[in-house]
Design a binder for this molecule. Structure first.
Ligand SMILES: Nc1ncnc2c1ncn2[C@@H]1O[C@H](COP(=O)(O)OP(=O)(O)O)[C@@H](O)[C@H]1O
Ligand SMILES: Cc1ncc(COP(=O)(O)O)c(N)n1
Length: 273
């Protein structure tokens, strides 16, 4: 069965605290029953209280990791997370063009919950012009959608407008995440699909600061479901249900923005789904 195992790839930064980045991605993939490889493009010294420091990998190490993965594994879907700076974004784009890694989910990570910049300001333009055209799905949170579109997002209508603007910039499918407190009592994300259809995915807002790694977890779950062959719409709906479960059923780790409970189950789902 080895060749039949569904394989995915995360291209992101590590989190020494275990809650976000590559660590959250691999935990999510494991729970969604797909195998995950990892190209580490940056290392962070981080915990639930914040990011103390980070270091981007040299281009040669990024290239060698892509080569090692691509030569041996059959990746069915991939995702990007923290990409640090211009040379790192450029190295990742070059490798994404070189290897067939299946549908790509781009989580345009810019600023951590604690406030640290994880993507340099000048790299935002590189992401826009070079990475976004490669994305099957783009999953910005509200500050990221504001940066990418240049508009302010203060309402659900603004979220719809931002999604349309991002699609006009050449992105196929857009998921604008509403975790940053726009709607009372609920956490609603707006989805605009390639075919023009749109819908909201909504969950009750959980009153908690244990939301470290929510974006990574959502985008990894979407990637896992795409790798299994699910449609973009189904992958997003499953991703939203999974991330909601991991937030609602919390664990106690650390003293700040705590990590999610990746063991949480989607209600009604069987273990072999
Ligand atoms: N307090 C919360 N309660 C319920 N869902 C949340 C909460 N915070 C975030 N979410 C959900 O988690 C997912 C990630 O959103 P968000 O936190 O905006 O992303 P990011 O981690 O990139 O900032 C979205 O589906 C969002 O609706
Ligand atoms: C390596 C890495 N990647 C991504 C995030 C974003 O996660 P969050 O916005 O939940 O802090 C992070 N803090 N660290």
């Amino acid at each position: 069965m080895v060749n039949g195992t569904v394989q995915t790839l995360t291209i992101a930064g590590t989190d020494s605290g275990g809650g976000a980045g590559v660590m959250a991605d691999i935990k999510t993939m494991q729970e969604r029953h797909v195998f995950s490889a990892a190209v580490v493009v940056a290392v962070t010294a981080q915990n639930t209280l914040g990011v103390a420091d980070f270091m981007a990998m040299p281009k040669k190490m990024i290239d060698e990791q892509f080569k090692s993965v691509a030569e041996d594994l059959k990746i069915r879907a991939a995702k990007t997370g923290m990409l640090a700076d211009v040379p790192t974004v450029e190295a990742v784009v070059e490798n994404l063009k070189k290897y067939d890694l299946g549908p790509l989910t781009v989580d345009p990570v810019m600023i951590a919950k604690g406030g640290a910049r994880l993507l340099s300001e000048d790299a935002i333009q590189t992401v826009k012009t070079e990475l976004l055209p490669l994305a099957t799905i783009l999953t910005p949170n509200l500050p990221e959608a504001e940066e990418l579109t240049g508009m302010q997002i203060k309402s659900e209508d603004d979220m719809k407008t931002a999604a349309q603007k991002l699609q006009d910039m050449g992105v196929k499918n857009v998921l604008v995440k509403g975790g940053h407190n726009i709607s009372e009592g609920k956490s609603s994300d707006f989805v605009l699909l390639e075919d023009g259809n749109s819908f909201w995915v909504t969950s009750p807002r959980v009153d908690t600061n244990r939301t470290h790694g929510t974006g990574d977890t959502l985008s990894s779950c979407i990637t896992a479901e795409l790798a299994k062959g699910k449609s973009v719409e189904d992958a997003i709906r499953i991703g939203k249900r999974y991330v909601s479960a991991t937030i609602a059923d919390g664990i106690q780790v650390g003293h700040g923005h705590g990590p999610l409970n990746h063991w949480a189950k989607i209600e009604g789902e069987n273990d072999d789904d």
